[in-house]
Ligand binder design. Structure first.
Ligand code: ADP
Ligand code: MG
Length: 480
């Protein structure tokens, strides 16, 4: 059995010999950076750093490569390319997806040429950008396998969007959710859910061509197509897609009038053929007024589902799921601390979790509530921390060893009344919430009750030693 590394090392020797000493620089530039990836039968896969690199090899060294591979792997030897897309070239338009005229030349190459283009292989490297196969429909869907529906925790904040997404995956293009517009603030899961719906669709309908593209990529591709005078290819390419996901359409709000027009035509075509379209936006349709009016009106045809900020239970569930997925254990109180304190969006929630894990492993410290407090404090300060009413309730209840629900109850038991009043007092003092809002969240009381509670606590704080001690302790805990 030959090993891919040895095979490639032998190829390099042959190539180097063929190029001769006068071409040493050529060899260094174009062959040394190539990484062999695997050998399957008579097919050797090599990874090249970029699309440009691949095209250069094709253009200048195809013959040499062909001869070399055959010498090594026999007359049926083949070479597959895998193109790595690192962040620095992530911005490059994926015009490689387009059946452009230059690519057509590749298609027409005689059968025996030892070149096939790598199809999708999501497990091979972390972020491969792989050229689609030459069969027109075998395109790289650009779906991220980690963003599944199973990993997308359900909560009140996303129920509608999630179930609409599920319905769409079951029956793409055949529900009234076409287009499905997912909107919501940054970090609330639009991109994740969009990928998840795409992945589910492919599971349920393997025959469908699913494509995920960001609005920015789409715009770059379009601009590139105009430059290369192949906008027709561009449009045809998109017209082949059965399930198109366009992420972050708000990106076009201030630019790309022509891109929007091109998309408008593609949209109409796909919609008419009952192909599914999913669009995400961090603004609601009503705030996308700067988009091309005809396009904007199309967005309103289907369903607009919004993703909201997750409540504390959902935040807890998300954290627990991430930890379980990563196989990391963390004390319950630490998880709760994070969930109660980071309430902006899921991305920050994950960020906090990751920093905490990093902190503990880099400094060889155990993850304890103290470490979490230190870290979250720094983390939250930089993102303007706000103490929430939820969190105050939790701290007060923990302190008096009362169940969390007791604050919401109607009981007149003295200790519970006291805990409720303290919660209201701190909510008034430490949050920006109105009296009405505080009342609502503390057992559905009116604003007068909240005001009364605040006065009672202030009075007792001045006159009752025990009570003063409690207020002091609680305040420390809350600000800590
Ligand atoms: P957006 O596109 O809305 O800015 P993303 O989809 O990029 O947000 O989500 C940010 C991060 O939060 C991602 O890592 C995503 O996996 C995670 N995330 C968001 N919502 C959920 C959810 N409901 N369950 C699990 N993870 C989520
Ligand atoms: Mg996004």
């Amino acid at each position: 059995m030959q090993n891919y590394k040895t095979v490639w090392a032998n190829c390099l020797k042959i190539i180097k010999d063929n190029l001769g000493p006068e071409n040493e620089q050529v060899f260094k530039t174009w062959f040394e950076p190539i990484v062999p990836v695997q050998l399957e039968g008579n097919v050797l896969t090599i990874r090249v750093p970029s699309q440009f690199f691949y095209e250069w090899l094709e253009e200048h060294f195809l013959d040499l490569l062909k001869r070399t591979i055959r010498l090594q792997l026999g007359p049926n030897g083949m070479l597959k390319y895998s193109i790595l897309m690192d962040t620095s070239i992530a911005e490059t338009p994926i015009v490689t997806n387009l059946p452009s005229s230059s690519r057509q030349a590749t298609v027409n190459r005689p059968k025996d040429v030892p070149l096939i283009i790598h199809g999708e292989n999501e497990h091979e490297i972390a972020n491969p950008f792989v050229i689609p196969g030459l069969q027109k429909l075998k395109i790289n869907s650009q779906l991220n396998g980690n963003y599944t529906l199973e990993n997308f925790v359900e909560g009140d904040c996303n129920r509608l969007a999630r179930s609409a997404g599920y319905a769409v995956a079951e029956n793409p293009g055949r529900t009234s959710f076409n287009p499905l517009l997912l909107h919501g603030g940054v970090g609330l899961g639009k991109t994740h859910l969009a990928h998840a719906i795409g992945i589910k669709t492919r599971e349920k309908h393997p025959d469908k061509t699913v494509l995920y593209v960001t609005s920015e990529q789409f715009l770059q591709q379009y601009v590139e197509a105009v430059k290369n005078k192949n906008t027709n290819d561009f449009i045809h390419f998109y017209e082949m897609i059965d399930f198109l996901i366009l992420d972050d359409i708000q990106f076009w709000a201030t630019k790309g009038i022509h891109t929007q027009e091109a998309f408008f035509h593609i949209f109409n075509y796909l919609h008419q053929k009952n192909r599914q379209i999913i669009i995400t936006s961090d603004k609601a349709p009503s705030d996308l007024g700067t988009l091309e009016p005809r396009l904007l009106s199309r967005l309103k045809w289907g369903l607009a589902a919004d993703l909201g900020t997750p409540d504390v239970e959902t935040r807890l569930a998300i954290l627990k799921q991430k930890l379980a997925n990563d196989g990391i254990e963390m004390p319950e109180d630490v998880i709760e601390y994070i969930a109660y304190n980071i309430n902006t969006n899921v991305r920050e929630l994950e960020g906090a979790l990751i920093s905490l894990i990093a902190q503990s492993s880099l400094n060889h410290r155990q993850i304890t509530i103290d470490l979490a407090k230190q870290m979250i404090d720094k983390f939250v300060k930089s993102t303007t921390r706000e103490i929430t009413i939820d969190y105050i309730q939790k701290v007060v209840c923990d302190y008096f060893k009362l169940p969390l629900e007791s604050i919401q109850s109607t009981t007149r038991k003295r200790e519970i009344v006291q805990a409720r009043q303290l919660t209201m007092y701190f909510a008034k003092k430490l949050t920006k919430s109105s009296l009405a809002m505080i009342g609502l969240q503390c057992g559905n009381k009116d604003h007068a009750t909240v005001l009364h509670a605040c006065k009672t606590v202030s009075n007792l704080n001045e006159t009752d030693k025990q009570f003063h001690y409690w207020v002091d302790e609680l305040e420390k805990k809350l600000k800590d």
